[in-house]
Design a protein around this ligand. Structure first.
Ligand SMILES: [Ca+2]
Length: 148
């Protein structure tokens, strides 16, 4: 699912304040990159991006991301499950992974596991800046194995 933003943010939907950044990569991998998010303080719009993935019902999933914050206050990603395969309609459940690190300018990992609801068919991962920023995201995954 292009978890590492190799060459581009292909497969992800980016808001106007989220851009592909070829100069920053969580694994210092040339040819890869990350997504940079900023905030418009005059409108309080925060950069975000998301994608929809199909999921199985009643299944344990591992998910997470690597994030780097330009200032404290951070980053977050939200995982939300839906019935059907198009990530539409009412959310069945959701959970949020916020950066807990106070480190600035270094990549840190946030991960969790969750069981999909009995009627789940799809899930969105949506990530956004929640502070002054800027922030970067890389290696965003949702897997049945604990890896990206
Ligand atoms: Ca990358």
């Amino acid at each position: 699912m292009n978890a590492g933003f190799d060459q581009s943010p292909s497969g992800w939907t980016l808001s106007p304040l989220a851009t592909f950044d070829a100069s920053k990569d969580a694994d210092s991998c040339s040819g890869s990159g990350s997504v940079r998010v900023t905030v418009d303080t005059s409108t309080a719009n925060f950069g975000s991006f998301s994608r929809c993935a199909t999921v199985s019902q009643n299944t344990q999933y591992f998910w997470g991301y690597q994030g780097m914050q330009g200032q404290q206050d951070g980053l977050l990603c939200e995982l939300a499950f839906f019935a059907g395969t198009t990530c539409s309609g009412n959310q069945l459940s959701s959970e949020v992974l916020q950066t807990s690190s106070t480190f600035v300018g270094v990549w840190t990992t946030n991960s969790a596991s969750v069981s999909s609801p009995a009627t789940a068919g799809s899930a969105t991962i949506r990530c956004q800046l929640e502070g002054v920023g800027p922030g970067w995201f890389d290696q965003i995954y949702l897997n049945t194995e604990n890896r990206y």
